[in-house]
Design a protein around this ligand. Structure first.
Ligand code: MN
Length: 432
């Protein structure tokens, strides 16, 4: 896994105006993105302040390491994430040098474009998407709504629970959220009905972009699992709770989840996150020790992340009244019962192959208090206790016109904070 080096120096300064004070994208971050600008086909770039630097063009001009030149000519990051980690690290160092030193400044500056003028695309051709359930407070809260007597099932503390999601409906931030239609059964009703969901919700999650590949039949040992983390993003696992409650037994989520999953377009790399690794919170006394294939001391010592995540909501009425987005929750990503390396080791424990550009979701990350609940159904007690908004409106679940935004910032003493950018979606009425 990546180490701390000169690219994390908090005193490092970029010549790009505004970059040093940028809340998300100072030169210590350098997230990867697939973008297009004007008539040019999608290409690979990095964020620096409010600009995107065209890495595809820099590679064509032989300003980047030979090892990444071919991968940077692609329209997705899959080829780059198939390379050994050393190649991505070399790329980071080269880009860092270009953006902090004067030597090639004029040649590099010619390949900056304002982010606001770019279309940001899905960064990978996603082969597979798996969503986990490692937010233990969320698992408790949701479990209580679905099974009041038995919120946490007996396997939870032994197995990182997950299910296979759908890759075709993962889309980048800004994609409209078309209210899904589906089958559900009202609590008092005898028969189900089909129609637009009445319980549309979001889920605050981290997304993990897989690097490298393990052949089918080969496991990834827990000690090597962190090397498979290529980068992270924000992930909103939009959920139709009425459909979910009716369909989830016995095989788990299906149409309640696969109508759309939104990811932030910037890939915050494992290299950039090196200073923000923290110890995994110790398991509460009495919890079982995981089986050896899930346990690694180094992972426990540095396999969690010092990340703060937040959710905000802007309704149509708030937009019309000129009100700012209203914060719904804020909390640390450390509320995960399993580390990302444990998720990867478990996913491959049977020989399942993970490929470059595969996407893992952590599951909703909620804190123990309501101020850190990562979904609306938790905040509103399953809709029974709607939350109040500055516009005078209330919300049990999302209404048409509601715009939901996820954000996250990594910070650590002695380092410059870096951010993930926004992961946004606005709800549109169901299609006829
Ligand atoms: Mn989820």
């Amino acid at each position: 896994m990546s180490t701390i080096d000169d690219t994390h120096d908090p005193a490092a300064s970029s010549w790009v105006p505004g970059a040093d004070d940028h809340p998300d994208f100072p030169v210590q971050n350098l997230p990867l993105v697939v973008f297009s600008h004007g008539d040019v086909a999608p290409r690979i770039g990095t964020a620096i302040g409010e600009q995107v630097l065209d890495l595809t063009a820099l590679a064509q001009q032989r300003l980047l390491p030979e090892a990444v030149t071919r991968a940077l000519a692609e329209r997705t990051l899959n080829a780059l994430f198939a390379l050994p980690g050393a190649a991505r690290s070399a790329l980071r160092h080269a880009v860092f040098l270009h953006l902090t030193s004067a030597s090639n400044r004029d040649r590099v500056r010619a390949h900056l474009v304002p982010s606001a003028e770019c279309d940001l695309h899905l960064p990978f051709a996603i082969g597979d998407f798996t969503d986990f359930y490692v937010g233990i407070h969320h698992a408790n809260n949701i479990g209580r709504q679905f099974r009041p007597d038995n919120p946490l099932l007996p396997n939870y503390k032994h197995v990182p629970i997950g299910y296979h999601g759908r890759a075709s409906s993962v889309r980048p931030s800004g994609t409209p959220v078309i209210r899904p239609k589906g089958q559900s059964r009202a609590p008092e009703a005898e028969t189900p009905e089909y129609g637009p969901t009445r319980r549309l919700d979001y889920e605050l999650e981290l997304g993990v972009w897989i690097a490298g590949e393990n052949p089918l039949g080969e496991t990834v040992p827990i000690a090597g699992a962190a090397d498979r983390i290529g980068g992270l993003c924000l992930l909103n696992d939009w959920s139709a709770r009425d459909m979910q409650a009716w369909e989830y037994q016995p095989l788990g989520p299906f149409l309640a989840k696969n109508f759309l999953t939104t990811v932030s377009p910037w890939v915050v790399t494992a290299e950039a996150l090196a200073p923000f690794r923290i110890a995994q919170a110790p398991r509460p006394a009495g919890d079982p020790r995981p089986l050896p294939y899930l346990w690694d001391e180094a992972d426990q010592a540095g396999g969690a992340l010092g990340l703060d995540m937040e959710v905000s909501l802007l309704t149509s009425a708030m937009r019309e009244q000129g009100l700012p987005a209203h914060p719904l929750s804020r909390g640390p990503a450390s509320n995960m019962y399993w580390t990302i390396a444990q998720m990867i080791a478990h996913h491959t424990a049977n020989g399942c192959n993970l490929n470059p550009g595969d996407l893992l979701g952590t599951g909703t990350i909620s804190g123990p208090q309501a101020s850190a609940f990562g979904s609306l159904t938790e905040l509103s007690g399953g809709g029974k206790d709607p939350i109040s908004l500055p516009s005078g409106e209330t919300r049990g679940f999302l209404e048409n016109g509601d715009e939901l935004t996820l954000r996250a910032t990594a910070s650590a003493p002695g380092f410059r904070p870096i951010g993930f950018g926004a992961c946004t979606g606005r709800v549109e009425p169901a299609r006829l």
